[in-house]
Design a protein around this ligand. Structure first.
Ligand code: C5P
Length: 398
């Protein structure tokens, strides 16, 4: 979402300035054009050489270039920007911004900026808690600045408290989120993800290799786009951190069915991404099946419920149900049959033939097949980009 965006990165004189290099790197990697503006004190903490190398642009700090006398126009910069982010923002710069004390290039740029301004404070806990800082931040909020609250933790002073600049990744996420269209705002999305575990005894189970990465990527993308997401997840080793994602952790297909059915009536969209085990032991042993004193045990299996099909049977008009399929042959025909049998609106066909697609990896190559038979192929992409394609498909085709 930050591709091609013009971002001013303002850096003030605080220890956290070393983290600004990481933030700059993340922004540039995402395709943003970044102009660094640094206060004179900021240069004591991180060198302009590092920052200009990372941004690919000379760093602006003074009103004039000492060598050429060239005038740096804070007005032009302020108009050029799509967003300005000040990270770290020190108590002194926050005070100057709040009261219009335009004595350096960063503050004049801030006063000229027409774009949204994000402020990531960084200071010692007592400075942060001081009534003048609290009041200045409140003033900035009232002027429309977005304050990225500092985190609690160990500070440069070795004291522990609130004042650590938020991590660059989090600041990046705030900016990225700001520029992400919220085309799913007010919609509820249910997603199943990961494998299920079917218990044999207290220490053994039947499962599969699903990592949950694809489902988690779809959950995150839907939430980024404004949806309230219920993520019904089998046991996975990954996590998700978004305020609009509610994770319901389950183990077996039965539990996944119950959790999904509980959320489905309230949902507008469901994406069935889980690799549900097809069979489960007819009954689980209460205690560990011993290897000694026993013949080779025979596992009696029963068919698991089909969660997607069960949701499909009670689908209301207007609800959208999307499934996944992993086929090795007659892919299109099998997918079409699955759409009919499960009452789906579309199915995302995973390829097992292509290197880089399928279980565990970070990329995927999919074809989306609609109920009317039209198929839309996509190239191999990172799972986050595949998730965006799937959400785009759902929002544009329905
Ligand atoms: O029938 P198959 O397993 O190929 O179907 C895959 C699709 O159905 C996926 O969307 C998967 O999440 C869903 N499914 C399910 N419950 C099952 C089996 C599959 O929801 N028991």
């Amino acid at each position: 979402m930050l591709k091609g965006k013009h971002i001013i990165l303002g850096i003030c004189g605080g220890i956290a300035a070393y983290k600004s290099a990481t933030l700059l790197r993340l922004l540039v990697k995402a395709g943003a054009e970044v102009q660094v503006v640094i206060t004179p004190a900021g240069k004591e903490f991180i060198t302009p050489v590092t920052l200009s190398a990372l941004s690919g642009k000379p760093v602006v700090s003074e009103f004039f270039s000492a060598n050429t006398g060239e005038w740096h126009s804070h007005v032009d910069l302020g108009l050029w920007a799509d967003a300005m982010v000040i990270a770290p923002a020190t108590a002194s710069s926050i005070a100057k911004m709040a009261h219009g004390v335009a004595d350096n290039m960063l503050i004049t740029t801030y006063l000229s900026a027409k774009a949204p301004v994000f402020v990531a404070p960084a200071m010692d806990l007592d400075m942060m808690a001081h009534p003048s800082t609290v009041a200045n931040l409140e003033l900035l909020r009232s002027y429309g600045c977005h304050i990225i609250e500092p985190a609690e933790g160990e500070l440069a002073s070795h004291l522990v408290g609130k004042g650590r600049m938020e991590e660059p990744e989090k600041i990046f996420d705030v900016l990225d989120d700001f520029f992400t269209p919220k085309d799913l705002a007010g919609r509820r999305v249910l997603i199943t993800a990961g494998p299920t575990r079917e218990r044999i005894d207290p220490v053994r189970y039947i499962s599969n290799y699903s990592s949950g990465k694809m489902g988690y990527a779809i959950a995150l993308e839907a939430a980024r786009r404004g949806a309230d997401v219920t993520l019904v997840s089998g046991p996975v080793s990954i996590g998700i951190d978004h305020p609009r994602v509610r994770v319901v952790s389950v183990e077996s297909a039965r539990e996944m069915l119950d959790a999904s059915m509980a959320a489905w009536p309230e949902s507008d969209v469901a994406v069935m991404c889980a690799a549900v085990a097809d069979y489960a032991p007819a009954s689980a042993a209460d205690s560990k099946i011993k290897r000694e004193h026993q013949d080779v045990p025979v596992l009696h299996l029963v068919k698991n419920p089909d969660i997607a099909a069960t949701l499909g049977q009670c689908k209301r008009p207007g609800q959208i149900l999307v499934g996944f399929a992993l086929e090795t042959d007659h892919e299109i025909d099998n997918a079409a049959e699955k759409i009919r049998r499960k009452g789906l609106d579309a199915i995302v066909l995973n390829s097992l033939r292509d290197a880089g697609a399928g279980f565990g990896v970070d990329t995927n190559k999919v074809t989306i097949i609609a109920a009317d038979g039209t198929s839309t192929p996509y190239p191999l992409k990172p799972k986050a980009a595949v998730a965006a394609d799937i959400i785009d498909y759902i929002t544009t085709k329905n």
